[in-house]
Design a protein around this ligand. Structure first.
Ligand SMILES: C[S@@+](CC[C@H](N)C(=O)[O-])C[C@H]1O[C@@H](n2cnc3c(N)ncnc32)[C@H](O)[C@@H]1O
Length: 474
């Protein structure tokens, strides 16, 4: 199938106003929206008073979870972690000796000197850009070259590493996080060359305590996990007496930092809780940890693959939870549309997402986010070609809206001291499909196109972004 033959087939469907072909396995996934102006905001779109109350209760639950933490102090502590990361980047670059001469050099020279694996090249580009933005590296926009690096001496760097431990403690991260941050910093040259992996640093000898501390115990995570848990508990109460357990799908559940808060908030409410991750490693750990909880099952699930092909039925879940996961979707619009179809009409999607690019991640967690060595493309959505992973709160709101979700107010609320750290709970409910095409009808209309390259799935959305593989038919 060529894009032209797809465009031609779609132009014969009056209900399709715009479309986008998202690359993926076989023929990819097709997003279709109705003609411009048909995806209206209906009366059901007005924020429900009940949801407002649930969001308030969730914020209160988050606050209770961090009682005793000096919240206004946290941005300063995060700043210390970021400062150490900046000094670490500068030190690694300084060791290439490229910046010890007045000769400016290109990003590609730096990557060659560091022996950077192609999949991690974006991280080095981000280091250069960040150091230039912070005034620690000269950048000539005309030539794109860099010079005049300001790198710390041994004493200044040792001081910054000590400050990191104090900041880590103040933010509520466990002691093992200091070892994690410092070991990752020391191994950066090897990590960039793919001669060792960050998984080995984060999960030493398969242990999960550092990751648990990161996603469960730090003050921002505790706040977000408890707020998310309260939203889900509210959903359980809302449909109490519905005659069946609350059906929850958790994607990318990992070490279960959020799972634990959710199961606690649900108490003895009957649940059918599908704990999933793309990696089998976490499923085994979850069996050991939560095995005794009735109603908890484990399964593999990849947010980048078609849920139906992975055995999940449409409209089969009351809640979908994805904590610190959905930025891994190569196309968040496609992933959101697919998740929306798994939810019942009054279902709830709850995300926890980092919406700020912390420098600390540039010398640690980002090493986990590079494309796989055999992955042809990386992000194919609004992040394509931008060397970034996270979406802002505003971008998430736009993506929710375009994919057919009515967003709930984002948490923490405006003015809360934790908003400065940029970790948010972003939730939404499926919006009825005002003017959305029927995906099954679109798929039937495409059936005559050559099989191997036909889109594997069609999702109806409220808007599609315009790209080269998209079109507006009317
Ligand atoms: C940052 S961890 C978050 C863990 C957990 N949700 C928490 O907050 O405690 C990200 C998790 O997403 C999983 N993950 C990464 N890519 C994924 C994908 N394509 N589909 C599903 N899960 C994925 C990872 O294996 C990892 O467990």
């Amino acid at each position: 199938m060529t894009v032209a033959s797809l465009a031609e087939a779609l132009s014969a469907l009056p209900e399709v106003g715009a479309w986008q072909l998202v690359p993926g396995s076989a023929g990819g996934t097709l997003l279709v929206a109705g003609p411009a102006g048909t995806a209206g905001v209906g009366s059901d779109d007005v924020a429900h008073a009940e949801d407002e109350k649930a969001v308030e209760a969730a914020a209160a639950s988050g606050d209770t979870a961090v009682t005793g933490t000096n919240l206004p102090e946290l941005p300063r502590l995060m700043g210390l972690l970021d400062e150490t990361a900046l000094l670490t980047m500068a030190r690694v670059l300084d060791r290439t000796r490229l910046f010890r001469t007045p000769e400016p050099c290109a990003a590609s020279d730096v990557m060659t000197a560091l022996g950077t694996a192609p999949r991690h090249a974006w991280i080095v580009r981000r280091w250069l850009r960040t150091l230039a933005e912070e005034g620690r590296l000269g950048h000539d926009p005309a030539t794109g070259r860099y010079r005049d690096l300001t790198a710390p001496d041994r004493v200044a760097y040792a001081r910054a590493r000590r400050a990191l431990d104090r900041a880590r403690h103040g933010m509520g991260y466990p002691e093992s996080m200091t070892r994690f941050f410092l070991t990752a910093a020391d191994r950066l040259p090897l990590l960039l060359q793919d001669r060792t992996s960050l998984q080995e640093v984060l999960f030493p000898q398969g242990r999960t305590d550092t990751a648990e501390g990161n996603y469960r115990d730090s003050a921002p995570s505790r706040w977000a996990n408890h707020a998310a848990a309260e939203l889900i508990a509210h959903q359980a109460r809302r449909r109490e007496g519905g005659g069946r357990p609350l059906r929850v799908l958790e994607a990318g559940a990992g070490v279960g930092g959020t799972t634990e808060a959710v199961l606690t908030a649900l108490g003895s409410a009957p649940v059918d809780y599908l704990f999933t991750d793309v990696s089998r490693f976490f499923l085994q750990a979850a069996r050991t940890r939560f095995g005794a909880r009735p109603g908890l099952r484990q399964a593999l699930f990849d947010v980048n693959a078609d849920p139906v092909a992975q055995g999940l039925a449409p409209a089969s879940h009351d809640v979908i939870l994805a904590a610190n996961v959905l930025h891994n979707a190569r196309h968040v619009g496609r992933a959101l549309a697919a998740l929306r179809e798994l939810l019942v009409p009054d279902g709830l999607l709850v995300l926890v997402e980092s919406c700020r690019e912390h420098y600390q991640a540039l010398t640690s967690m980002y090493l986990l986010m590079s494309p796989q060595p055999d992955e042809e493309r990386w992000f194919t959505d609004l992040r394509a070609g931008q060397d970034r992973v996270f979406l802002t709160e505003t971008e998430w709101a736009e993506q929710f809206d375009a994919s057919g979700f009515r967003p709930l107010p984002v948490l923490p609320p405006a003015g809360h001291p934790l908003t400065a750290l940029g970790q948010f709970v972003i939730a939404g409910r499926p919006r009825p499909g005002h003017g959305r095409p029927d995906p099954d009808r679109v798929a039937r209309a495409l059936a005559p196109l050559p099989g191997a390259t036909r889109p594997v799935r069609v999702h109806a959305v409220d808007r599609v972004p315009s790209t080269t593989t998209s079109g507006a038919t009317r």
